[in-house]
Design a protein around this ligand. Sequence first.
Ligand SMILES: [Zn+2]
Length: 318
Amino acid sequence: MRAFGRGRGLKQAALLSLLAGVTAFAQQQPPPALETLRVQNNVHAIFGAGGNVTVQIGADGVLVVDSGVAASAAALAGEIRKLSNGPIRFLINTHLHADHTGGNVAFSRAATDPMQPLNIVANEHVLTRMSAALPPFQAGQTTGGAERLRGLPIDEYFTPSKDLRFNGEAVVLYHEANAHTDGDTVVLFRGSDVVSTGDVFTPDAYPFIDVANGGTIQGEIAALNHILLLTVPGHTQEGGTYVVPGHGRICDEADVVEFRDMLVIVRDRVRDMINRKMTLEQIKAARPTRDYDPGYVTTTSFVKADQFVESVYKGLMK
Ligand SMILES: [Zn+2]
């Protein structure tokens, strides 16, 4: 589904932010070019702030999925303000990576109305890993504790799913265990028929399976199969449920099927090579992704073929 993809003409992101806190946080460098597309109903997607950002708007305020990189926080807030002047009440982090959580601190600082606090929601493993990465308290430090914790999820969940109602819509968060990381959340906007996946789904690029943070190929495939349960194609097989990936263009169910099938085939090839007692180096040399590489790797790709194969191998050897 390419017709609904990202447009060519990138417009300069607006600098005018009504969020003073976020503006103050902005770094003194040219703002990145952001682009906003309406996905379906009251759900929008913003591209160019790091990972994709999903925004649901309505009478209750604003719900945001992921906060981009820290350097884009002011520009991102400006884009959100073009959609709604309502308070940002929920920020859901799909996982811990800095291109999806980097704006947390700025969004937290900007939420100054105690009657309308910002709820940062994530799976418990996101909080655990983000907390562990904090700089240690200095000896003798007695103040600044709250500021040190700013931007961390404050509403973490440890159940298979979590649901809430916002702007008249059921919003369901699903924990996808050990997929891209160990703390991935997929968000279903049930009324708008939109799924926001985080990095378990990245069309046109091999997934970054973050083995060090608990990611596995098996969990990746399970997460994609679950997303396929949540999506329903349109009458002409295009459209229907729209899927906002962690990076890349807006997709539909057929795109997720294509990506899932690629992962299953590569997994099976690598597993077969492991069963034939091939070493990791021999498997890489055999290039089990060769026929997929033209569609999933470019010179600027974050994940190269060898790296993808190695992450599949490590997941299968666990
Ligand atoms: Zn990621």
